[in-house]
Write a protein that binds this ligand. Structure first.
Ligand SMILES: Cc1cc2nc3c(=O)[nH]c(=O)nc-3n(C[C@H](O)[C@H](O)[C@H](O)COP(=O)(O)O)c2cc1C
Length: 209
């Protein structure tokens, strides 16, 4: 059952470098990311799938030396748009028109969106774009769990240095969150035997009937 898989998953601290994740499983996780919903369907982020070990070795020291980055077989980097621009929104509309046909309602909706987004500070728009990337991160975490692939969501890195290493600035992108994929090491992970700790339902949920 899906909830059992969510209980199985944990933020893996030690991955087994001898066990790579099969490409068909990685492809399914990437597809879950592609299918994640975003505000107004804009999908204001890109995903980098890094297999290259030398590149992951460069990213590790600017990511708190977290070993999963090189012990896992794949590193997913969620990189959000640094700002909303007319061209970026227009490209979304173009694809919608191409795939669904022209519509005045659609054009009006995205004209309003541009009127709202474009005058805002780049930082505000980046923060909005990054929130959309986090929704996709959630889908990736759930998809990996479903496939019994281990993963570690990571904010513990220096985004400016990662952007520099990956040349993201030139592409108008900023790294938001990392997700190494791999398999838990049978020994040496202090977190593996620990109980999963979550707020009680009573503390989290207010039911209003
Ligand atoms: C956005 C985000 C960033 C995180 N950053 C890190 C990180 O840099 N390194 C790490 O080991 N764990 C990181 N975690 C893992 C959390 O500490 C972990 O998910 C949380 O304590 C719940 O435990 P569980 O995922 O093992 O169930 C991060 C989790 C999220 C969602």
């Amino acid at each position: 059952m899906f909830l059992d898989k969510l209980n199985w998953r944990y933020a893996t601290k030690k991955m087994d470098p001898t066990k790579p994740v099969a490409e068909d499983k990685v492809a399914q996780i990437v597809e879950a990311i592609r299918m994640a919903p975003t505000s107004s369907g804009v999908q204001p982020f890109e995903l980098l799938v890094i297999r290259n070990k030398a590149l992951r070795e460069k990213i590790r020291p600017v990511s708190w030396d977290q070993a999963q980055i090189t012990d896992g077989s794949h590193l997913l980097v969620f990189a959000a748009w640094d700002n909303y621009t007319a061209e970026r929104i227009d490209a979304v509309v173009e694809q919608l028109v191409e795939e669904r046909g022209p519509s005045e309602m659609l054009q009006g909706y995205y004209d309003n969106l541009k009127a709202m987004y474009l005058p805002r500070a780049a930082e505000v728009n980046y923060a909005h774009a990054a929130r959309q990337a986090y929704i996709a991160l959630g889908f990736a975490l759930a998809a990996a769990a479903e496939l019994e692939v281990d993963s570690t969501p990571m904010e513990g890195f220096d985004p400016e240095q990662v952007d520099e290493i990956l040349g993201l600035k030139e592409k108008g992108l900023r790294s938001v969150v990392l997700l190494p994929l791999g398999y838990r090491a049978e020994e040496g992970d202090w977190l593996l035997p620990m109980k999963k700790v979550r707020k009680s339902k009573a503390a989290l949920v207010t039911e209003i009937d």
